[in-house]
Design a protein around this ligand. Structure first.
Ligand SMILES: [Zn+2]
Length: 481
């Protein structure tokens, strides 16, 4: 029987936490250790951690209450300033806490884009005003106004505390500019995060090139559009690194087997490249656009090829659900498998949500007109646990990719990134979730302002019970309080 003492009400968000957890399964990626344990938090600090053995550990396994370091999201869109109807920094941080995240990297493609120190300060002030203890880390724009014409004031942004640079939402199309960005950011000790997309191949593209796009009459989005951009970025990194040893590249939301293979080879060659995958590219596939609702790993045949959802009679929902429009698009089951394999073998460093909320006006329209994006920060853990439950990923690797993986991708040169580990004496930065307790994704169960979503109505494993950021309460499950 698990006892969670010292529970607080939602009005206590931000207060220092006291907590006694017994009979829980602790996962600590910092030491590579997991097992039954007890954990005591007093006034926001981890007072003691006891790993249980023998009789004390009997009956405690990883199918119940799990305690892990708070998750770190490398990639989220909080929409403030400029589109507060879709999300605000406050609602985004609340959604993050509900998802188990205690650190969120906010992408700078707001209106205006975060390309000046004053805008970084404004975002930080909004986070402080929200009262949420979830840490907001700001990513600065690579180019001024994200216009892709000249570099933003990277030095000024670095001084203001950004943790990386990205024009996400778009790639940096000019190779020369991207080369300069890698060099300059490298000198500042920060990575460049690229959204790899060759725009010459994706104009008007709606769905991953293949059977589903063809049958549905949707404009195809070639895998090569991503792989080519990834290859270009890696080539530029290889050259820049000769002059700037600190240059680092992070490739976000990789979705194809070909681009993951490029990264695998670059890592083998010793290049400082890291990458992430989204939960939806791991668990969902393009056949969802046709109306299938099975997980990616169930959509492969015995030979490792994608099954035909029409022949399989796998269609159970209406086709053209615009909530599934996302950039990069949902791919085939073969590509999703490559993403899982890349995560398992370490080619992929992190799971990042690419949380991309939109208003109903922007999303509830014809498929090809819908703004791309899935507001997935609250369903990320559930999708990842589906892959774990299906036996395709260990719980430890999943937690690692949500904690130490993203921190390593950011690098340690930046101030005050909390070490994602269970450490006595340190401020508690934790997520507590019940792996066996399923919850149903409903609008009233979500904190995001984002409209709709492909998982609405679906039940997911892993109810988050408690999220503690920097010793303070960030989220508490009302039902279990
Ligand atoms: Zn992107």
């Amino acid at each position: 029987m698990t006892v969670i003492a010292g529970r607080r009400t939602s009005s206590d968000i931000g207060r220092a936490v006291d907590l006694d957890l017994t009979n829980a399964w602790l996962v600590d990626p910092a030491t590579g250790r997991e097992g039954p344990g007890e954990l005591v938090v007093r006034d926001g600090r981890i007072e003691s951690i006891d790993w249980l053995a023998g009789d004390d550990a009997r009956g405690i396994d990883d199918s119940g209450v799990v305690v892990a370091p708070g998750f770190v999201d490398l990639h989220a869109h909080l929409r403030e300033p400029g589109n507060e109807a879709a999300e605000t920094i406050a609602s985004g941080l609340a959604a993050a806490a509900h998802g188990g995240f205690t650190t969120v990297c906010a992408m700078p493609n707001t209106t205006p884009p975060i390309d000046r120190a004053a805008l970084v300060e404004a975002a930080r002030a909004a986070a402080a005003a929200s009262g949420s203890p979830v840490r907001l880390l700001q990513v600065g724009a690579v180019t001024a106004g994200r216009a892709g014409e000249r570099l933003a004031a990277l030095g000024e942004l670095a001084d203001a505390g950004v943790v990386a640079f990205s024009d996400d939402g778009s790639p940096v199309q000019s190779a020369e500019l991207f080369r300069n960005a890698l060099a300059y950011a490298g000198m500042l000790g920060l990575p460049v995060i690229d959204h790899p997309e060759d725009l010459t191949q994706t104009s008007g593209a709606e769905a991953s090139d293949g059977l589903v796009a063809t049958v549905l009459g949707l404009r195809g989005w070639p895998a090569a559009a991503e792989a080519l951009a990834v290859a270009r970025d890696i080539e530029l990194l290889a050259e820049v690194r000769g002059d700037v040893p600190g240059a680092r590249l992070h490739l976000t939301h990789l979705s194809t087997a070909a681009s993951i293979e490029h990264v695998r080879r670059a890592k083998a060659a010793g290049l400082p490249v890291t990458c992430d995958v989204t939960p939806h590219h791991l668990a969902l596939t393009d056949e969802w656009l046709a109306g299938a609702r099975r997980w990616a790993w169930d959509a492969l045949d015995g030979e490792g090829a994608a099954r035909d959802p029409w022949r399989d009679h796998a269609l159970e929902a209406d086709p053209y659900d615009s909530s599934l429009r996302v950039n990069p698009p949902l791919r085939s089951a073969v590509d999703a498998r490559a993403c899982l394999d890349g995560l398992v073998d370490g080619t992929i460093d992190a799971i990042a949500t690419d949380h991309a909320p939109h208003t109903q006006v922007d999303k509830d329209v014809e498929f090809g007109l819908a703004r791309p994006g899935i507001a997935g920060i609250e369903t990320a853990l559930g999708l990842v646990l589906e892959a774990v439950d299906a036996g395709h990923l260990t719980l430890a690797r999943a937690i690692e990719a949500l904690t130490s993986g993203p921190v390593q991708a950011l690098g340690t040169s930046r101030e005050a990134l909390r070490a994602p580990g269970l450490v006595e004496g340190a401020p508690a930065d934790l997520v507590v979730f019940d792996r066996g307790a399923r919850w149903t994704v409903r609008p009233d169960a979500l904190m995001t302002r984002g409209w709709g979503g492909p998982l609405l109505g679906r039940s997911l494993p892993g109810t988050v019970l408690l999220t503690i950021a920097g010793g303070r309460l960030a989220y508490e499950d009302a039902a279990s309080a």
